[in-house]
Design a protein around this ligand. Sequence first.
Ligand code: MLT
Length: 394
Amino acid sequence: MNININNNFDNVSENYLFSEINKRIKKYKEEHKDADIIRLGIGDVTLPLGQKVVDALIEASKEMGNKDTFRGYPPEYGYDFTKIAVKNYYETNKVNLDLESIFISDGAKSDLGNIVDIFGDNPIYIPNPVYPVYLDSNLMSGRKINYIEGYEANNFLPMPNDIKDNNCIIYLCSPNNPTGATYTYNELDKWVKFALESNSLIIYDSAYEAFIKDNLHPHSIYEIEGAKECAIEICSFSKQAGFTGLRSGWTIVPLELESKNHSINKLWKRRQATKFNGVSYPVQRAAEAALSKDGIKECMDNIDYYMENAKMLSNLFDEKGIYYTGGKSSPYIWFKCPNGMNSWEFFDYLLENVNVVGTPGAGFGTFGEGYFRITSFNTHEKTKEAIDRLRKVL
Ligand code: MLT
């Protein structure tokens, strides 16, 4: 073949972070067939779906098997019943959303990766460390990236102080993946003010908002005054309702967002109508159920379970006096690798010595080098066992 390929792919790492981790685990398992590996790596849930969600899936599947209630293509932007469920969910945080601003997706990752389609060349600002999708998708589109740096002195919560550009696209993730660090109302207010003053757009990833249990940290950027004029918010049912295998999320593109006489909402509609055929009816009924009163209660029970794991893991780092963030409004614990090891060295060290898998901080950006992320998504039993193993090597 002699076709030109997208050379921007030369600028991304050969493997996506979690594919690289799986590759290494597979190789280790081939060489150590009896290894009892405990996975605290990718943030994948282990508890089953709540009963309300399961009931909704069954009921909707039955409807699909009946000629009177069968449905074909779903609306590209989501059924009204799912959008209304999202709208009502936001109202619990006193955020009033226009139904037209809500887009039901097959998960936050897709929309976070696809949103680049609707923008031209702008200064891009991405936290470092952060979820790798923002960086990779912008690199694949040939964008030049600037970093907003997270480190211990700013508690891994970069602020806009050093940004000199105007008209930027800024990615923020709070509670942050991977550090678990979470912006307060006051800090997020500074970001919104900065975006409004500099004519910039914030792409706000709130996939872990359901883990916030206090009144100090906003669940949505739209709790901040002015955010509808400068922010898109992308969220997920994955961690909140255990949909990692079911796939659904939502994106809010406010009608107020306009640039150079273009409605951003209309651009996203146009993009989705061309490249996306919507989320299946049973999954949208399941999503609706997850956001019902009883559904939320079931989801919160699961989140409380994971947060008990987070507490047990945090206690270990407190006991050892090791620096960490997260574990409070987040299922992730982010800590400094011991003995000056780099992140991948520590990954191999843990895998080989105690058969525990985590995620190397360097996979989330250069400022993650020397740090490591573990999740609280495993069972209590496996988490306790992992803690006993980690205690021996930390
Ligand atoms: C993670 O472990 O960072 C997440 O599970 C990845 C994702 O949500 O795609």
